[in-house]
Design a protein around this ligand. Structure first.
Ligand code: ADP
Ligand code: ZN
Length: 759
């Protein structure tokens, strides 16, 4: 609690210069954002949302998952020195948020049923003493009469309602207990209420405002596009093999595989385990403790792959999920957006792969019918669900940009002609060559078989005829005599059936309804057969998954081995302090550290997402690890990256060579004039190791007679003597031979000079 106090005072100091919180300058906001979280800029709409709260104006803030909603309610109470209340639907969400805030020394706490009486008492004490900036509670607890009374005595000025779509029955996650929040406006007329959600539709937005009785709320609606997600839709052939292939692209990274049924999750997890991938199933049929254990393992990164039903949902706060797979098509674009939304919350690239088969439609339709069986207006409910399903089907089958289609579905225009982040724009789903000819072969075979037998057959038998299979059914019916028998010999049957499904989707071939659907030609089929209509068919496998520019940029300059090493340290720290790994550092921060490789605190703080508290807590340890690692692997350290190029939109800075070069040139000029390392270091604001590195380069290039200006004679003699003993190649043996008394950089300088004279 002590550390919490310190930073509270600091933020109050910052605030002292302020006349009224509602006029807080952007600078002040950024100071806090930088101090607590180490971020340099605000994301779209964050400032507007923060200002609405500071001005006491109700608001509805709609930002996509990962858009940074939390910051919008974290900053205002810190500026105004108040306590604000956050309503959150799940204990796991509250816990993660509070853990994350405490790690940054931000004064926050939660009250929930999972806490001991002592913990609750302590929180109550802090609340009453005004020590907290944020208190997280469930809606049920908030509306308890005693609690409302307490809050009204504390003069609470703002309520943030997280996951606010839960209040609307038009949302995908309606929770009746959210309805009671309508009392807030009545009970706290002096307070403002702020709703936060990622759910896009206007109907839900309006409903939220109405249900919460908001007064002229500021409607802040962000862009729904998630530029860091790469969308791929692939026809489903052998789903286990296909999923394994995708998971292997993300070795050691977090992935969620959404399956339609509980049984599917079990068989999927089983198939993955068989090939050595550590995966677990998650569904509502498991016991609470089994589910908790899987959630926890996933959060603390001891488990990376979960095969789950949609029950694995809102509580998943792991920000470095790099891959979300749908083994079956979801039932609406809204669900798809929500589920893929769990990928890449840290803003780094992530992949979303959906395995689609036309059979998914049938499966959903029969599920709709079964679950609506006992309902009064079953017809309407099924009709509404079928419409949403149709949108989803179109999204899967129409070959246009996925980012664009999704944005337009949510009523937003997509300005880019090429998203560079979907299978279509990356050209991975180029139409099968000679698609029209293939379609003609399929259709003519269907016609031929029908004419031969007088009746039609299903998809399987028709495919067998085309590939020239030797089955009993074919022999019995004499279909091996048909002129189309074996017309597509050599095509795998699964590929061929997928083409047939694509023909259904484009209405170029029909299927009868009923339990045993048979193939039928329609008007359009005849147009194709007569050569009056061109056909497009998609390739049926990802033959080449392209590296996308988003991923190459965000890994630019990152030493992947160092990144892995830092991940291990993060895991160790996370286990030691029992908080999720991402509470310590996000992947984005680790990548930036593995790019900049800071060995000193000042350089450490410059990396993305490191606020004051984290410098204190983890700075020394990480700098030491980085310095050791880089020495062992001969990596350059303390690389300076221009802050302007490391902006939010370009996830990582481009190669730092230009900045480094200018600094190096200045350093060379100064060394030539005989300046000391300290002087050059200060002039360039570079770390000692970096400056010493420049000096070694300088010595190697200019071959000065002596290095006395930088290393004393006695040390020179000692180091050179040690090198004679243990060799000139490695620093460590020399360092140890000299009983760790001479600094590494001095050894390096001597060696650089000595080598000149060896040659
Ligand atoms: P949401 O609740 O909207 O899904 P979060 O609030 O969890 O999103 O934020 C997603 C991630 O983005 C978090 O790791 C958060 O710390 C980070 N973030 C938020 N605002 C900023 C910002 N201005 N600059 C950089 N990172 C940010
Ligand atoms: Zn695209």
């Amino acid at each position: 609690m002590e550390t919490t106090q310190t930073s509270l005072n600091e933020s109050e100091d910052r605030k002292a210069t302020l006349a009224s919180p509602s006029t807080a300058s952007l600078d002040l906001i950024l100071q806090l954002v930088h101090g607590y979280w180490g971020y340099d800029t605000l994301r779209p709409l964050q400032e507007e949302a923060i200002r609405a709260t500071l001005e006491g104006r109700d608001s509805v803030v709609v930002l996509p998952t990962g858009g940074g909603k939390s910051l919008c309610y974290q900053i205002p109470p810190a500026i105004a020195s108040q306590t604000h209340i956050v309503v959150s639907p799940l204990i796991s969400l509250m816990k993660d948020q509070v853990d994350g805030l405490i790690a940054c020394d931000y004064p926050a706490a939660a009250l929930h049923s999972g806490m001991t009486a002592d913990e609750k008492n302590e929180t109550m004490r802090d609340l009453k003493a005004g020590k907290l900036r944020l208190l997280f509670v469930s809606p049920e607890r908030l509306v308890m009469p005693g609690f409302l009374h307490l809050l009204s005595q504390l003069d609470i000025r703002a309520f943030a309602i997280d996951e606010a779509h839960c209040i609307s029955q038009w949302g995908h996650d309606f929770r009746p207990e959210y309805r009671q929040l309508a009392v807030l406006q009545d009970r706290f007329p002096q307070a403002s209420v702020h709703a936060y959600t990622a759910t896009a539709t206007e109907r839900v937005r309006e409903d939220i405002a109405a249900q919460l009785c908001l007064t002229k709320p500021a409607m802040l609606v962000g862009t729904f596009d998630r530029p860091n997600l790469i969308y791929r839709i692939v026809p489903r052939l052998d789903v286990h093999a296909q999923v394994i292939e995708v998971i292997r692209r993300h070795a050691r990274e977090a992935a969620i595989i959404y399956c339609l049924s509980r049984k599917d999750t079990e068989t999927m997890a089983g198939a993955l385990k068989k090939v050595g991938i550590n995966a677990r199933a998650y569904h509502a049929g498991l016991s609470q403790s089994q589910r908790n254990s899987t959630q926890e393992a996933f959060a603390n990164e001891s488990l990376d792959v979960v095969a789950a039903t949609v029950a694995f949902g809102m509580g998943i706060d792991r920000s470095n999920v790099r891959c979300v797979i749908h083994a079956t098509m979801p039932k609406s674009i809204e669900h798809y957006q929500q589920e893929t939304g769990r990928a890449g919350r840290d803003g780094l690239e992530a992949e979303c792969v959906l395995f689609y088969s036309a059979g998914d439609i049938m499966r959903w339709k029969s599920l709709f019918e079964r679950s609506a069986e006992d309902l009064d207006d079953a017809v309407h409910i099924i009709a509404a669900q079928t419409l949403l399903l149709e949108d989803m089907r179109r999204y899967c089958t129409v070959p246009s940009c996925r980012h664009c289609t999704l944005s337009e579905h949510f009523g937003q225009a997509y300005p880019e002609p090429d998203c560079k982040a979907c299978d279509i724009c990356l050209g991975e789903t180029a139409a099968a060559e000679e698609a029209t000819e293939i379609a003609q072969k399929i259709l003519s075979s269907v016609a031929r078989i029908q004419r031969l037998s007088g009746i039609s057959y299903g998809i399987g038998h028709n495919a067998d005829v085309l590939i020239g299979a030797n089955t009993q059914a074919i022999r019995q019916r004499g279909h091996d005599q048909a002129t189309t028998y074996g017309l597509l010999k050599g095509t795998p049957k699964k590929v061929l059936t997928q083409w047939m499904y694509q023909l259904f989707d484009q209405n170029l071939l029909s299927r009868s309804s009923g339990d045993l659907p048979v193939l039928e030609l329609n008007e359009a089929s005849w147009e194709v057969l007569r050569g009056n209509r061109k056909v497009k068919l998609m390739k049926t496998a990802i033959e080449t998954v392209k590296e996308t520019s988003i991923s190459t940029i965000s890994w630019d300059g990152v030493d992947r081995d160092l990144f892995e090493h830092l991940r291990n340290i993060r895991r160790e720290l996370s286990e030691k302090s029992s908080v999720p790994a991402f509470v310590i550092f996000s992947d984005r921060t680790l990548r930036d550290l593995a790019r900049r490789r800071p060995t000193e605190l000042i350089m450490f703080k410059a990396a993305h997402g490191i606020g004051d508290a984290k410098v204190k807590k983890f700075g020394k340890r990480f700098c030491l690890e980085i310095s050791d690692f880089c020495r062992e692997h001969s990596l350059s350290v303390d690389i300076v990256i221009d802050p302007n190029s490391a902006s939010e939109t370009a996830p990582a800075a481009p190669s730092p060579t230009t900045q480094t070069n200018t600094a190096k040139i200045t350093a060379f000029e100064m060394f030539a004039k005989g300046k000391t390392i300290d002087a050059v270091m200060t002039a360039l604001s570079r770390a000692q190791t970096t400056t010493a590195g420049y000096l070694c380069d300088f010595i190697e290039e200019t071959k000065p007679k002596s290095v006395e200006k930088w290393v004393s004679k006695s040390i020179y003699v000692e180091v050179a003597g040690a090198a004679d003993h243990v060799g000139f190649d490695k620093l460590k043996p020399i360092y140890e031979h000299l009983k760790e008394k001479v600094a590494y950089h001095q050894i390096k300088i001597v060696l650089a000079h000595a080598r000149n004279h060896q040659e």
